[in-house]
Structure formats: structure tokens, C-alpha cells
Design a binder for this molecule. Sequence first.
Ligand code: EPZ
Length: 439
Amino acid sequence: MDKLLVRSNGPLRGRVTVSGAKNAALPIMAACLLTEEPSTIEGVPPVTDVILMAEILRRLGVEVTVAGDRLAIRPERYTGTATPYDLVSRMRASICVLGPLLAKQGKARVSMPGGCVIGPRPIDLHLKGLQALGATCTVEHGDIVASCPRLQGARVHLSGAFGSSVLATANVMMAATLAQGTTVIEHAACEPEVADLADGLLAMGARIEGHGSPVIRIEGVPRLRGLRYRIIPDRVEAGTLMIAAAIAGGDVTIHGARTEHLGAVMDKLSEAGAQIEKLNGALRVRATAPLRAVEVATLPFPGFPTDLQAQMMALMTVCQGVSVVTEKVYPERFMHVAELNRMGASITREGASAIVRGVERLSGAPVTAPDLRASAALILAGMVAENQTEVSGLEHLDRGYADLEGRLAQLGASIRRVSEADRPSDHDARRAEHGAALV
Ligand code: EPZ
């Protein structure tokens, strides 16, 4: 098992370029099931969730080849309609093949995604939307079984207890592209990844208006063509790098960071005392640690993203004063609190909020990443902790970040990946530290 060894190494300086967005790539890969023509997607990040989605497409009979950040998808001969539990259970985003399979093949059997460490992740809105288009959806032996010979456009309201749903909007929008007539999705998710999916579908010949707003209108068409598309830069990776510059201090320019996707993050980092400058095609973040405490509530876009809550909390642990984080998208997404507290942070949970009392310094410790974004938070915390922090559980990090440690190291962070075999034993480490006297 790999681990990251992280040490404090002063301010970050330099330039870095953001990879393509994982959460845009996954539904756009699924959208390629809506056509029998070949597609090419560029800017796809080399992360394990993408590899898993490619495997899901292959199991459906689609040929997928990867060359650098480019995916070639050839669905000419695919006839599959079922995705297996062993893959779906490893990646919740696999649910987004449901809409395309139903629209193109008239039926789909997709294993029901389970819960997840970030909290309950129901799929009622996905089913509600597809049922409104005329599909019959049942749950049989742990699988969602959906069928409908030809979907019919309809007006669908997709609001849940915690607001809009990104992947439910994606699923219904994809299904509606091949439905008969007009579909109107109300309370649609406005996330840039949903808008990017709509742009991809438009490039395939779909007729969509209003994407990026809460009301999306889709006129069904009889068929879609193959896609050639470059996906948007990853706003969560960009935000993580912005917070890295804020926590360590320094002067970092992040190329590819889109200011229109990062408004809430720029606002909160500025409030904390960082200087954010918009450049042409880039964002420059300058900071002199420590920053000031802030209050953050996560919300659907354009609010502060839940996918940056853990990283922002890592920053708050060393801000001056008392910060508050309220999680309004996934009220249980606080698995990182215990690990940050093991590093000397002072965080208490109160329902869906966490109260973070800034401390002068964190202390390095062995920690285990409980989920994807928490893994980034622990790395950032390690960058300002005394002594060494060992972050394990890197399978989470690798699901969604393309070489985050390499990018941080490029900016001057002291961070190194080791596999268990390379790792000096405790005995060796003590010898190195104290010399021959210990032998
Ligand atoms: C997407 O998940 C992202 N995943 C998540 O990113 C992200 O955290 C989330 O959107 C919110 O922004 C991908 O894009 C692959 P939701 P999704 O449906 O679409 C509730 C990361 O770290 N809900 O928008 O599955 C749900 O419980 C990941 O990259 C229902 O009630 O999230 C939550 O409270 C993790 N019923 C809220 O809606 C439903 O049918 C928003 O979830 C569906 C969701």
C-alpha cells in the first residue's frame, strides 16, 4: 500500500496547470452510449474513476482506448444493457449510464449504488425523472431495472431535500435527448459539469437550452452523432491548489482555473486574507500565513462546493480565530474531522456544522484518508504540520486527483509517495536520525 510522506517546507511558489474535470469526464463518457458513432474525448484526467468508467463501457460492448489524456470510444457494436455490481459498487458515478442505456437500448439494468462514506446517497431523483419520461423502474435483487421502448418528453421537477442533484440532472438530460418531444427539467443542477455535459450533447446534435440555469429545455431528436470534445478544467483540483497556496502561503499561479467556476472559493479565500488575482486564463493566489477565520456553508453551484469543504476545513485549522463550516449538501460529510483532530486541530461537530478553532501549528501524524476530498485535506494539513505526516488510504486520492502530490511538489511542497516496500523501517529511520550509536 502506498503512503504519502508530507512535511512542512515553507511557502509554495510557481505555476501549475489544472487537469480536465473528472466529474465532467464521467457523464460525458456515459453520453457516448447515446450514439453508435465513434467519439473522442480530450482532457480526460488519468484517475481511477475514469479507468473504472472505461471498464463499465467495455463490459457493455464498447471499445475504449486511452492515449494520454484522449479517450477513443467506439460503440458501434455495443448491445449490452447491464452493468455489474463489482464495478458499480466501486464508483457511484456509474449510475449515469442508466439514462443513456434506457434512451438508446430501451432498457437498462444497473446495480443499485450503495451508501458511501460521505453519507446516504439516494437515487430517488434519478428514478423520478426517468419515470416522468415514461420509463418503468423497479428494484430487483439489488439492481435498478428500467425499460421503455421510446421515452416521451415531459416536465420534470428534480428538487430533493438537499437541493438539486448533479447526476440526476445529467441522467434525465441525457435520456431526454432521444425522447419524443420536449422535456423541461426544473430545479436542474447548475454545476459547470452539467453545463459541460450539455455542451458535449449539443456537439452530438442534441437540442438543449438553458443548461447552467435551473431550467433546462431539451427537444428530443431521433439520433445523435459521435462526439469530438475537450472537457473543462477541474474546478475542484483548481480550488484544492488555491487552498494549498493559502494554507502554506506563497505565490502560485494556477493555469486553466476558470474564475466563473470558482467565485465562491475566491470570495472565501479573499475574506480569509488571501489575495486572488484574475489573469488571462489563470488565477494567481498570494498569501501570508496565517489567514483569518471564516464561515462557510456548502451549497449547490454557484455556492461553495461540498467537494472543497474538507480542504477548506484543513485551512481553517490554522486560521486565526474560530471558523464554522456548515455542510448543506451532504450533512454527514465530516469523516476528515477525526483525522484532522489527530493532527492537533481543534474541531467539534454540531450536527451538520463543524466549529474550527484555529491552532498555531498542527502536528504531523500517521493518518488515513477516509474519502477522496478528505485525502487532499490531510495532505494540505501535513504541509503545515510539525514533523512528518504519513497519509495512507491513497486509493481514494487516486480516484479523483491526477498526481496531486507531483503538482504540489512542483510548487515546493515536501511530499513524496512511497510504497510499503520502499519505506524505511522504524529501526532504519531511527538509525538514520541518530547515527551509528543506535546500532
Ligand atoms: C456529484 O455527485 C459529484 N459526483 C460529487 O462529487 C459531488 O459531491 C456532488 O455531485 C455534489 O456536488 C460526480 O459528479 C461524479 P448529487 P451526485 O446528486 O450527483 C441528494 C467528488 O468528490 N440526492 O448532486 O451523486 C444527495 O444525497 C464527488 O468528486 C437525493 O436526495 O450528487 C445529496 O444530499 C463526491 N436524491 C444532494 O442530493 C437523489 O436521487 C446532492 O447530491 C440524488 C441525490
